[in-house]
Design a protein around this ligand. Sequence first.
Ligand SMILES: C[S@@+](CC[C@H](N)C(=O)[O-])C[C@H]1O[C@@H](n2cnc3c(N)ncnc32)[C@H](O)[C@@H]1O
Length: 267
Amino acid sequence: MGSFLEVESSMPDLVDLDELHAPLVPLLWLVLTQVPARHGRVALDVACGTGRKSGWLAEGLPPEGRVIGIDRDVAALSVAQQHNPGMPFVWLAGDAQALPLHADVADLVWCVAALGLFADADLALRELRRVLRPGGTVIVATGAQLWVRARHWPPDLAALLAAAYAQVPATGSSPVPPADELGVDLAAQLTRAGLAEVVVRAFLAESALADVSPPAAELALADWSVLRTRVAPWLSSAELERCDAFATAEPEPEIATVLLVGIAVKS
Ligand SMILES: C[S@@+](CC[C@H](N)C(=O)[O-])C[C@H]1O[C@@H](n2cnc3c(N)ncnc32)[C@H](O)[C@@H]1O
């Protein structure tokens, strides 16, 4: 059994995945829409389950593009087909650890809530890399209950930081890394699989935060010293001082639900 996100889809009576994943939807959508590879020709949804998120991949594709959904659960695939009728979808039964595809076929490989279910996650990640074309992007998202030191910014500062952080991509900066080496294991796994330009983003998966602002869910776990340098140009000195004053107190460790998203490129 994997973590909270990674419940086998053949257990519909025990868990409603839509309900379970609802707080994560805006977070995953944010990540997906920031990746240029989603506009490539072929997007692969590995361990797609009932295809709840496969349609998202179709939204970014050009007219001739294809989404290939792969899962080992044939019953889930038939539900996926009903949820996502017609073109541009192709549904394949297969194992993530031995993908039924040639090398170098996909512009984007997307794998959500499944990494912890694979018997050999390293092998699966090498497979994701194999089927990716050079220059293509892989996004692997996984959730877990983790010890974290989250900064629960007061709502006014959270809104201020989120607004400032929204300006940052314009400078071409990569996302602010999580504090306390959160996600280093996932980064190491992606690197071990031979992937490059590895970035791991961590989101505090609290529905209240996610509903209000996906950036707030990320900023709660961000390394303040890095975040500070990124947002400083967009804050007044008085605003920055208020943030500094709040950030001075080290957050207490707590167990929280965290969404980790690894993004990497095949060089
Ligand atoms: C929690 S569901 C996630 C489904 C989908 N990615 C989503 O986010 O809605 C996990 C899926 O992983 C699939 N799965 C588990 N191990 C697999 C493997 N070795 N190869 C392919 N699919 C696998 C299960 O059949 C299940 O559909």
